[in-house]
Design a protein around this ligand. Structure first.
Ligand SMILES: [Zn+2]
Length: 410
């Protein structure tokens, strides 16, 4: 299976007896069964068949028995869990100004981390080479060289063709358009390399860590730019060309038509993006702010003009999110991004307009919540992206069937 094949389903999948250890591991990692008896009951497989499949997973180093014992008929049995130390994941979260690089375990737990002032403006060649050197240094410094690497997950602040692993069309990443990022990294790393838009990774992180049982999640990032991501039926939906969720550049009527950085006028981002709020505050108050960070600083200082601007921005953002709510009928909307980190000014406006505009059927069970992550959601999303891919039952079964090890030592 290729790196770009759809990743593992988080929801229930029909069991077929011929399916192998991969599906058993999925039952364990999704918490649906964690004992031999539980797996046998859920799958209808005999205990000896379950035992064989588990043996394959133990032999591959993917499973361990936890200290927790589970009551069952007869003697209590030890709970089975994924051995999250079986492989390393390299997560890279490239931002407009800074890049966060981390080594995680298979549970997205951070083992080593560095934040560098590497910016997209440095261009792909220089940036990717520096990241490669940084990762090598981190692995050696943390003495992790003996652990195999499961894969690399890469987040970029731009629309990404997920299959091709390339930046698409207009973005703030000039010079990266259509650059073969995976080909470049492949010179050093012969492991699965998955590249996605940063907001998709934030969306995946929220879903996999906190809301796995909710099949439909909409994530809104309100920072210097504005974007969204969606999980539909447990999968991140990227659309036909990787442009799904580009909510920042839909036109919103009735609020003037300011110039947007994409070249159009009146985009949502030109009204509520951090750069647009900073522009409005500059015009009114002769402040020098440029981006979401500056706006948040002003709100924190109690500047009433900045607070009012953020409240209004929440209502305008709510208009767009209300459309998306009608279209997608999510279980949950998560609001993230820097503008959402200062009080509930933005959230209050978003909530108000969604409940006004949407039909009761779409909002009756809807939860609208702030993100629980602080600054590591991008890294967590990159790690979950890799984990979903490498532990996908079909991928794993194909690997184990030829007697290969699931991850490679560098
Ligand atoms: Zn625009």
């Amino acid at each position: 299976m290729s790196e770009t094949t759809r990743t593992a389903a988080s929801g229930p999948a029909p069991w077929r007896a011929e399916e192998g250890p991969g599906r058993i591991l999925q039952l364990i990692t999704t918490g649906r069964a964690n004992t031999r008896t539980g797996i046998a009951q859920l799958t209808g497989l005999s205990r000896s068949t379950v035992g064989q499949r588990l043996d394959a997973l133990f032999a591959a180093g993917l499973l361990k028995e936890s200290d927790q014992s589970v009551p069952s008929r007869g003697r209590p049995s030890r709970a089975l869990t994924l051995d999250h130390a079986a492989g390393l994941i390299i997560g890279v979260d490239i931002g407009e100004q800074r890049t966060r690089v981390a080594i995680t375990d298979l549970n997205a737990g951070i083992l080593a981390e560095r934040v560098e002032r590497l910016a997209v403006g440095d261009g792909p060649e220089a940036l990717l080479d520096t990241i490669t050197a940084t990762v090598r240094g981190m692995i050696s410094h943390a003495d992790l060289g003996a652990t195999p690497v499961a894969g690399i997950g890469f987040g970029l602040p731009a629309p990404v063709d997920y299959e091709a692993g390339r930046v698409l069309g207009w973005s703030i990443m000039s010079g990266w358009d259509d650059y073969d990022i995976r080909g470049h990294l492949r010179r050093t790393w012969q492991v699965p390399i998955l590249i996605d838009n940063d907001v998709n990774l934030l969306t995946l992180a929220e879903h996999r860590r906190f809301w796995r049982d909710q099949p439909h999640l909409l994530y809104i990032k309100a920072g210097t730019g504005v974007g969204s991501g969606m999980v539909i039926d447990g999968h991140v939906n990227r659309g036909a060309q990787g442009a799904a969720g580009d909510i920042g550049h839909i036109h919103i009527s009735g609020f003037g038509d300011p110039q947007c950085r994409c070249g159009n006028r009146g985009c949502l981002e030109s009204l509520v993006g951090g750069w647009a709020l900073a522009r409005d505050l500059r015009d009114r108050r002769q402040t020098k702010g440029q981006d979401a960070r500056d706006v948040v600083d002003q709100v924190r200082r109690g500047d009433s003009t900045a607070v009012a601007a953020l409240r209004t921005a929440g209502r305008v953002l709510g208009e767009a999110v209300a459309y998306a709510t009608s279209l997608l009928n999510p279980d949950i909307i998560v609001l993230g991004g820097r503008l959402s980190t200062v009080g509930d000014h933005l959230m209050a406006g978003v909530r108000e307009v969604i409940y006004q505009r949407s039909l009761p059927l779409a909002t009756r069970q809807l939860q609208i919540v702030p993100t629980k992550y602080k600054s590591r959601a991008g890294i967590a999303g990159a790690a979950y992206l890799v984990r979903d891919h490498v532990l996908d039952p079909a991928t794993l079964d194909a690997t184990l069937a030829v007697g290969a090890t699931p991850f490679s030592t560098l």
